[in-house]
Ligand binder design. Structure first.
Ligand code: KIV
Ligand code: NA
Length: 264
């Protein structure tokens, strides 16, 4: 068992203490991040873009996710490890069970899937088989070709109501965690109040229970020098990466990140 479990995150939600999450794709970063106090490490399929240089997350395979999950497991110092189910791995229940088994056996403690209300049954079956699930809602990069771009989600009233209803349905179906990507802060706050499970936000304002960033983004590393609105460069003013990671954890705990400039 890791030092940080879902029980830990549930207690933090109840007590109102924020928790810090970052992506990790290799053993060294897993070691540095967990040693800095990051509670949850995500092996995100963002590795398709950040590490592999693709222009979307669609080329990432279950095998890729297993490889990086194994590496993160070796470096981890007690954090909860969550791995992404990649593109098309939840298209059928059989595929979702197979891919999730492989990620858990590689070292994940939780799997994350992108999708809305239609995945409630899948989440129920995985959970009953001992695989906790995080449901990723809002901007879901695996469906970028359907939605037409990387845009803020849930701005219109009907879309906001749909997102709230999906979040409640997935928590009732057994989701252990929710992750909200690029949704207006007020909607993220309402969803966080409406469900009993911990809610992680990225580009979702200060009121979710946990905060998430892609580690390369928060270290100021990118291909084109540009940064999304919701990202902060924690290297600014820090002598080394370890200090930047500790500054991120401290800022999340003190609710000093994110601020209005990072919100939608
Ligand atoms: O793949 C990823 O890194 C993610 C986070 C951005 C939430 O899913
Ligand atoms: Na992802």
């Amino acid at each position: 068992m890791p030092d940080i479990t879902l029980t830990t995150l549930n207690k933090l939600k109840q007590s109102g203490e924020k928790f810090a999450c970052l992506t990790a794709y290799d053993a060294l970063f897993a070691h540095l991040e967990s040693s800095a106090g990051v509670e949850l490490l995500l092996i995100g399929d963002s590795l398709g873009m950040v590490l592999q240089g693709h222009d979307s997350t669609l080329p990432v395979t279950v095998e890729d996710m297993e490889y990086h999950t194994r590496a993160v497991k070796r470096g981890n110092q007690g954090a909860l490890i969550m791995s992404d189910l990649p593109f098309m791995s939840c298209a059928t229940l059989d595929r979702a069970l197979d891919a999730s088994t492989r990620l858990m056996q590689a070292g994940a403690h939780v799997v994350k899937l992108e999708g809305a209300g239609w995945l409630a049954d899948t989440i129920g079956v995985l959970t009953r088989n001992g695989i906790p699930v995080c449901a990723h809602l809002g901007l879901t990069p695996q469906t970028v070709n359907v939605t037409g771009g990387y845009k803020v989600q849930g701005r219109e009233d009907d879309k906001a109501r749909e997102l709230l209803a999906d979040a409640i349905a997935l928590a009732e179906a057994g989701a252990a965690l929710l992750l909200l990507e690029c949704v207006p802060s007020a909607l993220a706050a309402e969803i966080t109040r409406s469900v009993n499970v911990p809610v992680i936000g990225i580009g979702a304002g200060p009121d979710t229970d946990g905060q998430m960033l892609v580690v390369h983004d928060m270290l100021g590393l990118s291909f084109n020098g540009r940064m999304a609105k919701f990202v902060k460069n924690f290297m600014t003013g820090q002598p080394d990466i370890q200090s930047a990671l500790r500054a991120y954890v401290a800022a999340v705990k003190a609710i000093e990140f994110p601020t209005a400039e990072h919100e939608f």
